[in-house]
Design a protein around this ligand. Structure first.
Ligand SMILES: Nc1ncnc2c1ncn2[C@@H]1O[C@H](COP(=O)(O)OP(=O)(O)OP(=O)(O)O)[C@@H](O)[C@H]1O
Ligand SMILES: [Mg+2]
Length: 129
């Protein structure tokens, strides 16, 4: 999954917004670890779930949101979400599907599914304009 996240991120221009959707433990954070490798980020990318947002500096900025513990949609404003998605950098949002109004901001939706044991099914959906 780290490799897939790395390869996917290498295809990006560097300003995209990507929603990562799928059950607990399906590989969303692991995918973003690969994004960190693609962007030459030296720090280890770790789950932002308790603090909602982690930022990293690399070839391009990496913003890693996790909305799992965000209780109300208005809090999306408080964390500066709309300012960040308009600024340079790659933005991944775990549980981006929690607030349906945000869908229109996503360039990609990536759906993770636990298949069998360690197998994961990953569907990458690009927004059609
Ligand atoms: N093929 C695989 N790809 C990714 N993770 C795997 C795979 N097989 C097993 N795992 C395990 O599944 C777990 C995935 O955890 P990860 O934190 O990436 O999930 P998550 O989707 O971010 O969950 P959460 O919604 O809790 O944040 C890890 O413990 C990892 O070791
Ligand atoms: Mg996670």
């Amino acid at each position: 999954m780290v490799l897939l996240g790395k390869l996917f991120t290498e295809t990006l221009i560097g300003n995209e917004v990507i929603s990562l959707e799928g059950e607990l433990g399906s590989g969303k954070t692991t995918f973003v670890k690969g994004a960190g490798k693609a962007l030459n980020i030296n720090e280890e990318v770790i789950s932002p779930s308790f603090i909602i947002l982690r930022e990293y500096r690399g070839l391009k900025p990496l913003y890693h949101f996790d909305f799992y513990r965000l209780s109300r949609e208005v809090h999306v404003l408080d964390i500066g979400f709309f300012d960040i998605i308009d600024s340079p950098g790659v933005k991944f949002i775990e549980w981006g599907n929690k607030f349906h109004n945000l869908k229109k901001y996503f360039d990609y939706v990536i759906k993770f599914e636990i298949s069998f044991k360690d197998l994961r099914i990953v569907r990458i959906c690009e927004r059609d304009e």
